[in-house]
Design a binder for this molecule. Sequence first.
Ligand code: XLS
Ligand code: CA
Ligand code: CA
Length: 438
Amino acid sequence: MKEYFVGIDKVRYGGKDSRNPLAFKYYRPHQMVAGKPMKDYLRFAMSYWHTLTGDGSDPFGHKSMERPWDGKEEMELSRARAEAGFEFMEKLGIEYFCFHDLDIAPEGSSLREKMQNLDEMVEVIENLMKKTGIKCLWGTSDAFSNPRFVHGAATSCNAEVFAFAGAQVKKAIDITNRLGGENYVFWGGREGYETLLNTDTKLELDNYARFLRMAVDYAKKIDFKGQFLIEPKPKEPTKHQYDFDTMTVLGFLRKYGLEEDFKMNIEANHATLAGHTFQHELNFARINNVLGSIDANQGDQLLGWDTDQFPTNVYETTMAMYEVIKNSGIAPGGLNFDAKVRRASFEAEDLFISYIAGMDAFAKGLIVADKLMEDRVLENFIEDRYSSYRVGIGRDIVEDKVDFEQLTAYALEHDKIKNKSGRQEMLEDIVNRYIYSI
Ligand code: XLS
Ligand code: CA
Ligand code: CA
């Protein structure tokens, strides 16, 4: 087969002192960490959109990326991107990919044509998967780009759009199933509102729940075994997105009795847009048993939007992998690089360099988090901090044995309270020390 990324060989481990931008410094797929090969914790995935269809255009400028498939159009372009994508993953040793229906095939001029194009491309991708052993982490449907979705898809004010979205998502579940997708993602790009002046929020939310219920029923019908995931994001492109953050989504799912069928796909940049840290979202998903998968990227602290940058902040990757280890891993989810090279990093080589940077940051984060846990640095501190709940009145509280009157009787006798320091700076310093030493 034609080689697309000419001059770039298979990326190898060069060790942490390597100066080669095209070598891994920390990522060694088979190195054992926390009882598993690193790659089984990380389960890296390529995002089809940012990697193969992103062209660097932004609201102020045209396409800037130079790509080996430039000049091709329509189905020929889709085929070239697929072939190049699998070459890219093979060279980086990435075992999974994630895609939107719209990423893999042209829309065509009708719904029927769109579905035919998809079927044709799914066959191409299926063959590439067989040849390389690369798997599909998740599929999804782009129900936000086309102007028909101006008012949303499942939450549109227009019932015809709701119907179209149903057909589109049904097809996306079908093809994800055919490609053996281990998950299916719902990201409600325009499922929100711009102004309450024209919005029936109650009907929109009821309809959204109806839509998700239909998806669950359909998955059962075709025996799709993948995990359904909702990807929280508070805003952008809409002013307010209904899937604001993990706890909002959980409240919604529980209200409509959908909580058994969905987990979360947590994206770092969406967490920060919601005013949370990445670790906060992972933690809240984990303690509620809904940590499904991760969109690995990072935002810019000075910009209030979704910049989808490659994740290079080791402090963040460390605390993210700390949550993943605590979760006993992320499978059947993974770490999808929902990240794009900057507009000025327009050479194809930048794609490789960026993935290597992200993979290394997470590999290092995994090693540091494992070491922190092995030494029970935070665990011991936290255990001690809450030790008052293991004896006396504290034990009675957590065993639900006391009421306000009993608490009053106790407090009247024990009102000279002594607290202990939270030692935040000490803990931050310890985490830093672990990061430096590896
Ligand atoms: C956009 C989202 C999107 C989803 C998949 O902000 O991150 O890319 O991950 O539709
Ligand atoms: Ca995402
Ligand atoms: Ca994003």
